[in-house]
Design a protein around this ligand. Structure first.
Ligand code: XMP
Length: 514
């Protein structure tokens, strides 16, 4: 990579965010564990290093240290929080516990003009227990806060910098500018990481991998699988066949959307497998959530394998793996070890299939996947689609999954989500609501319609706001919107006489109900 910045991960929960923020400045950045082999890191031919924060104390036995090749490379280095302390320690300065931990907002006061920090005072986010007591030789203090006399330091000759605060978090509003100054001005990395360049580069990589052979893609209609297939289509054209399995567990209009996107917008070959009956048969009488997921996952794989055979068993299969998945699988101790739901590979494909994987999104963050999708000409509604679980409506149709109950759920879900979209709250860049859907409960209650008693099922509305789907808050939707949605569902969807709104956060609840 011609213009790139390496982020070395010392265990900070924000390490990924550092790479993402650098890329937002248009400079490619990749994350490596702090002890990754030097050859692997240097193969990228980076223009500079950022050392992330981390939970350790540099003077504790066994604390992770800066690997020698970083300082031997002669490239600029920016240490963030722990990274700054590790830099200080490595270069002969002193780090000690601070008189008190500093956590939260602070005002940064820049003390002298320098290439890293814009002049003046600005809010920054602090989170540290140790601090720099004595600077290493060649360094000067660049900025301070009320509690940190050395909030930023620099050796302008060697182009080494350290900041005690976190430029990568939103609470440091000028953080993006600081990272841009480091990457572009100090390291001299040209900001050429644009969607067009990403597409050109990924397409070339795909072509080099697959040569003249045919490629298969399983598309679910989700953002990642769709953009991955579209990118491969750009690379290999009609040698790509996309397969879409209609499980009968999809939302209203979804199949049509996928057909339109692939056939009309991309002009790609799409095979649609109508498997609704097979899935319903397999789910008959099943009410246990994990059993539903298992049955759907297995069925999906069997159907997909059959299709692949029918299509002449291509060697290559497109997979929509994105960068956060790659990073998490490298650091399994950080991934959520306790299995709450068997998410993975449900409605996806097992790792051990007889395919060689083509992963064109392997180095992209979600925002970049979306930007690439837009640049490839995919419909906006698809690119900004909210997440949808692999097992589909089956895990939102609590109790037994039947065609009749699915139809009710689908109709109510469409009323709710369309109302949110019409109000500008869902399904576009920067929408207030991250995910919203309906859940049908096998709980009947008494109602009255006209003069007649009803005894019908209950529908739950669920809408959440979240950054990462690991934690979530329930969306404070306007009461009038909820009233209108409730009125319409009870009037228009036969068999539902009560609508409730889920006001539970995650944790302790999960976003989905099963
Ligand atoms: P939970 O319910 O665990 O969901 O809070 C977190 C996010 O994951 C989505 N989800 C799934 N995604 N396959 C997927 O690809 C699945 O089986 C699955 N189950 C849940 C869920 O919609 C939410 O966005």
């Amino acid at each position: 990579m011609k213009n790139s910045i390496v982020v070395l991960d010392f265990g900070s929960q924000y390490a990924q965010l550092l790479a993402r923020r650098v890329r937002e400045q248009g400079v490619y950045s990749e994350l490596f564990p702090h002890d990754a082999p030097a050859a692997e890191v240097m193969a990228l031919r980076p223009k500079g290093f950022i050392l992330s924060g981390g939970p350790a104390s540099v003077y504790a036995p066994g604390a992770p240290q800066i690997p020698p090749y970083v300082l031997e490379s002669g490239l600029p280095v920016l240490g963030v929080c722990y990274g700054m302390q590790a830099l200080t320690h490595a270069l002969g300065g002193t780090v000690n516990p601070a008189p008190q931990r500093e956590y939260g907002p602070a005002t940064l006061e820049v003390l002298r003009p320098n290439p890293l920090l814009p002049e003046g005072r600005s809010p920054v986010w602090m989170s540290h227990g140790d601090r720099i007591e004595r600077l290493p030789e060649g360094f000067v203090v660049l900025a301070r806060t009320a509690n940190s006399p050395i909030a930023a330091m620099g050796d302008l000759r060697r182009r080494y910098f350290g900041v005690q605060f976190h430029p990568e978090v939103q609470h440091t509003p000028r953080g993006g500018e600081i990272l841009r100054r480091f990457a572009v001005e100090i390291c001299g990395a040209a900001p050429d990481w644009t969607p067009e360049n990403i597409i050109t580069e990924s397409a070339a990589r795909v072509r080099a991998q697959v040569g003249d052979e045919p490629v298969l893609a399983a598309v679910s209609g989700g953002v990642d699988s769709t953009v991955a297939a579209a990118l491969v289509h750009r690379a290999v054209g009609e040698r790509l066949t996309a397969v879409f399995v209609d499980t009968g567990l999809l939302r209203a209009g979804e199949r049509g959307q996928v057909e339109k996107a692939f056939r009309e917008a991309l002009g790609a070959r799409l095979v649609v497998v109508n498997a609704a009956e097979a899935f319903l048969d397999a789910l008959q009488g099943v009410t246990d959530p994990e059993a539903k997921r298992r049955i759907i996952g297995e069925k999906f794989i069997r159907i997909f394998e059959r299709e692949a055979r029918r299509l002449g068993q291509p060697r290559f299969l497109v997979q929509g793996t994105i960068y956060p998945d790659v990073v998490e699988s490298r650091a399994p101790e950080r991934a959520n070890a306790h299995r709450i739901k068997s998410h993975h590979n449900v409605g996806g494909l097992p790792e051990k299939m007889d395919f060689e994987l083509v992963e064109p999104l392997r180095y992209l963050f979600k925002d970049e996947v979306r930007a690439v999708g837009e640049a490839l000409g995919l419909p906006r509604a698809m690119v900004w689609r909210q997440p949808f679980p692999g097992p589909g409506l089956a895990v939102r149709c609590l109790g037994e999954v039947t065609a009749e109950r699915l139809a009710k759920l689908r109709a109510a879900d469409a009323i709710f989500t369309h109302a949110l979209e019409a109000a500008g709250l869902l399904g576009r860049r920067g929408s207030a609501v991250s995910q919203a859907f309906a859940v049908l409960l096998p709980v009947k209650s008494v109602g009255v319609m006209g003069d007649r008693r009803t005894y019908q099922e209950t529908l739950v509305l669920r809408a959440v706001t979240t950054d990462d789907f690991m934690t979530a808050d329930w969306a404070r939707l306007p009461a009038d919107l909820l009233a209108e949605v409730s009125r319409r569902i009870v009037n228009e969807v036969a068999g539902i006489n009560r609508v409730v709104y889920d006001i539970t956060t995650k944790p302790p609840a999960t976003i989905e109900w099963e």
